[in-house]
Design a protein. Structure first.
Length: 371
């Protein structure tokens, strides 16, 4: 059975110490699972400024785009309930979406980044500066003309996940945040996880909001501090494409469920067939995609299939069966079924343009595994 080599694990901690002690990264939290063995490690500061308190062991992180596959899991709960099909057109649920060349966009297109929608709205900065609500983003995405017809290109896009969250709301009558809480987080016991900061996190003697680790905002993004990742606006915004707050231990429960083919403790959270479909490459079966469009890319339903072309987050040593997702705030989650291993790496330093620290940590983690 695979296991973690204790001496090699020391190299993981030394690398994390190096990143934090040299201030390349303000804070790093690791949760690594190999078969039945689990290791965690916390290093750095709770706040970005020097002299801040050490990173709390119950610190909560904004994981950015790791949010995306979790929102997709929410939609897959509706698929299992018979509420939607992958081939359903989005306009069945959001009639106003079916205009300007988007008539043929399906749920599968949204989940696989093949809808032709852009990553962000052209006026994304202006909307955030105006503290616009999520509903305004959805309204404007519905009016967009896609960059290409659906199913013709693979283009990473937050806009499609925003529309998927709106589909969830139209079907259930609940916000995406509330639906995820009831259908996924509560059954998994993820008590410190929320899409956006809820009101109850701001009250009490030790409010959870105080546990949120501050992100170092890169100079090129530090233009409008009232709407950056640390701002009250962004914390309340509940962005379906990047607004999830969680902890390594909470994410580990979700990972465990995925590794156990949908089962967690005594509950079957998902059918194993649903998760098999979600974690295999879907691009080969989208007929309009050319070989060139698929080259070097792999997308399941929400999950990125790890390839040599996207090693900036995952490193160089994962197997061809691995899948996961990264986040712009400096986070990555990966699961490798062949290695029987997974890793959750949460930091407060956006990776680009500061180097491949996530990939380097991933490589040292994989190097600890003894078969």
């Amino acid at each position: 059975m695979p296991q973690i080599n204790a001496e090699r694990w020391d190299a993981v901690e030394k690398l994390v110490d190096q990143f934090c002690d040299t201030d390349q990264v303000p804070a790093i939290a690791l949760q690594v699972m190999v078969d039945e063995t689990s290791r965690c490690y916390f290093k750095g500061r709770q706040q970005v400024g020097n002299g801040s308190d050490p990173l709390r062991e119950d610190a909560i992180f904004l994981v950015a785009s790791i949010t995306k596959p979790i929102v997709v899991l929410g939609a897959l709960k509706l698929l299992e309930a018979g509420e939607l099909l992958l081939g359903d057109r989005v306009k069945q649920f959001i009639p106003e979406f079916g205009c300007a060349g988007k008539h043929g966009v399906t749920i599968r297109h949204l989940m696989t980044h093949t809808s032709g929608l852009p990553d962000m709205l052209p006026n994304n900065r202006e909307l955030r500066a105006a503290n616009a609500p999520l509903s305004e983003f959805v309204k404007q995405i519905c009016q967009l003309t896609p960059d290409e017809p659906p199913g013709r290109m693979v283009q990473y896009q937050s806009a499609g996940i925003a529309i998927l969250a709106e589909v969830i709301q139209r079907i259930t009558g609940q916000s995406c945040a509330e639906f995820l809480k009831q259908s996924l987080f509560e059954p998994l016991g993820m008590r410190d996880t929320s899409l956006g900061v809820p009101e109850e996190w701001t009250t009490g003697t030790d409010p959870r909001i105080e546990r949120i680790a501050e992100i170092r905002i890169p100079e090129e993004l530090n233009i409008e501090p009232h709407w950056d990742w640390n701002s009250p606006y962004w914390k309340r915004f509940s962005a379906p494409w990047g607004g999830l707050f969680t902890t390594p231990s909470d994410l580990a429960k979700l990972v465990k469920m995925l590794q156990q083919r949908g089962r967690y403790r005594q509950q079957q959270i998902f059918s194993y067939r649903t998760l098999e479909e979600a974690t295999r490459n879907q691009l080969c079966e989208i007929p309009g995609l050319s070989k060139a469009a698929r080259q070097g890319k792999g997308w399941g339903l929400g999950w990125q299939i790890v390839t040599a072309a996207n090693s900036d987050y995952y490193g160089d040593l994962l197997s061809s069966a691995a899948y996961g997702h990264g986040g712009a705030t400096g986070t990555v989650l990966w699961i490798d079924p062949l290695l029987q291993a997974s890793a959750i790496i949460l930091t407060t330093q956006p990776q680009e343009p500061h180097g491949r620290f996530l990939a380097r940590i991933s490589n040292t983690i994989v190097a600890t595994i003894e078969q």
